[in-house]
Ligand binder design. Structure first.
Ligand code: FES
Length: 120
């Protein structure tokens, strides 16, 4: 990670393969671990979405939630999050992480911040 002229760290990103095309049925989600983060990936009508997997309420896995109309409903207490950007559908001031997704051939990939290597 480098610094810009203002001395702020410049983040770098990479694409990581998280599943194969056809692996998830329509409306299905799956938890993947990428660079130490738990991410929920969803397949909805031919498109893929990725948001943080851990519900900010009490920690349920959102990948097991019910998907409809562009949201996932947490399986524990029904908080709903938009798949496109991670915004809590019932209180837009709260947002969880969301990640860009692309399909390269048969690979579904998530764009994620690189983790800097440890220096000895
Ligand atoms: S743990 Fe998700 S709504 Fe409570």
């Amino acid at each position: 990670m480098a610094d810009n002229p203002q001395g702020e760290a410049i983040k770098s990103y990479t694409w990581r393969t998280v599943c194969r095309v056809g692996e998830l049925a329509d409306g299905e989600g799956k938890t993947v671990t990428v660079n130490g983060r738990l991410i929920a990936i969803f397949h909805v009508q031919g498109q893929y979405h990725a948001i943080d997997d851990t519900c900010p309420h009490m920690g349920a896995s959102l990948s097991g939630g019910y998907v409809e109309e562009g949201t996932v409903t947490c399986p524990w207490h029904a908080w709903r999050f938009r798949l496109c950007d991670g915004v809590w559908a019932d209180n837009p001031r709260i947002k969880i992480g969301s990640y860009a997704v692309r399909v390269e051939g048969e690979a579904v990939q998530v764009r994620i911040e690189e983790v800097p290597a440890h220096k000895p």
